[in-house]
Design a protein around this ligand. Structure first.
Ligand code: FDA
Length: 307
């Protein structure tokens, strides 16, 4: 792992910096590149704009490691309200949630209860709920919660991380459930004992997992190819074509503000593209992970300091 990436991921997990850094105006200016605004209305406006251009969306309210029951319930109420707003404004958007935002660190039963409420509300407006994957210490519990939700809900998906050595095994374990999987490379700081450290190894695993997903994702489920890596995207499209898997068998999921050109191009070519829009005030750790993915982004932050 590069030094800059390690440092940025350390910053993302440091409590004091998590509190202090977001107060600097130049950092707040720089983050606007990756989020249209802190309010749900900002996200809905952006979603409608993208929808008009053929790109649908995924909404997530930033937050993680919630430490009291009241906040976990408040987040849940918020997502239920989002489903109402989606219907009201005719926005075709999935929801994406972190289990630690719904209380996983406090009480797993509470977290399941909160997620169940969100899944029920999403079902009422016929949309999907996606469960993010967080640090490796949460993987087992996240998989268990997903399995339970999947037994009652069809439109629920889970994120798997190609950088973890265990993921091929985890995927095998999920296949009997006809899962919907969002495949990502992985955004956290993980030791080499459990995660591939070299980029080429992560990419190789991503491609191998994608091949399995192209072959096993049934009708009605979704394989979300969640990467901005053009070389991987090209190879996955080629693998899909080789297998006669049409454009409806997978969809591209990317982040707001990253490779928007590619998102527009793929949508123009008839692929399903979903752009994940983040909003909310608790954006610092998430933003630091975006910087870690591409340490060159730090120059962008510094430019905002100087301007
Ligand atoms: P890679 O990092 O190799 O980037 C490929 C290219 O994309 C770069 O060369 C650059 O052009 C562009 N790019 C990528 N990141 C950029 C950035 N921050 N700024 C500017 N350009 C950038 N992770 C996780 O652990 N758990 C999760 O639940 C999720 N959820 C999730 C949902 C969705 C829809 C996406 C797209 C991603 C996630 N991730 C995630 C994040 C994921 O693990 C990963 O860190 C990022 O997607 C970056 O990796 P890429 O696959 O894009 O490749």
């Amino acid at each position: 792992m590069g030094l800059a990436r390690t440092a940025l991921l350390w910053i993302s997990e440091n409590r004091a910096l998590r509190r202090a850094l977001p107060n600097y105006r130049f950092i707040r200016r720089a983050v606007s590149r990756f989020m249209p605004g802190e309010e749900l209305d900002d996200a809905l406006e952006a979603a409608l704009g993208l929808q008009r251009g053929g790109i649908r969306t995924i909404l997530t309210r930033l937050g993680e490691n919630v430490l009291d029951r009241r906040t976990a319930r408040e987040v849940t109420d918020h997502y239920v309200e989002v489903t109402r707003r989606l219907r009201e404004r005719s926005v075709d958007s999935y929801l994406s949630v972190k289990l630690t935002q719904l209380g996983l660190d406090l009480d797993e039963a509470l977290c399941r209860e909160n997620l169940e409420r969100i899944c029920n509300a999403a079902e009422d407006v016929d949309t999907w709920v996606w469960i993010d994957m967080e640090q490796s210490t949460y993987v087992d519990r996240t998989l268990e919660v997903y399995k339970e939700m999947r037994s009652r809900h069809r439109k629920v998906g889970i994120c798997l991380q190609a950088y973890l050595r265990r993921t091929a095994r985890d995927l095998e374990g999920l296949l009997p459930l006809s899962p919907s999987i969002r495949l990502v490379k992985g955004a956290y700081k993980e030791p080499a004992s459990i995660a591939f450290a070299k980029r080429a190894e992560v990419d190789r695993n991503y491609l191998a997992l994608s091949t399995t997903l192209l072959e096993t994702t049934p009708q009605g489920a979704i394989f979300g190819v969640a990467t901005h890596d053009q070389a991987l995207i090209d190879r996955i499209i080629a693998e899909a074509n080789k297998r006669g898997a049409g454009k409806s068998r997978y969809e591209f999921q990317m982040l707001y503000g990253i490779r928007m050109d590619a998102q527009r191009r793929l949508a123009g070519e008839g692929y399903s593209v979903r752009c994940l829009i983040s909003y909310g005030s608790y954006w610092f750790p998430w933003y630091a992970r975006r910087l870690a993915e591409r340490p060159a982004n730090v120059w962008f932050v510094l430019k905002n300091l100087l301007s």
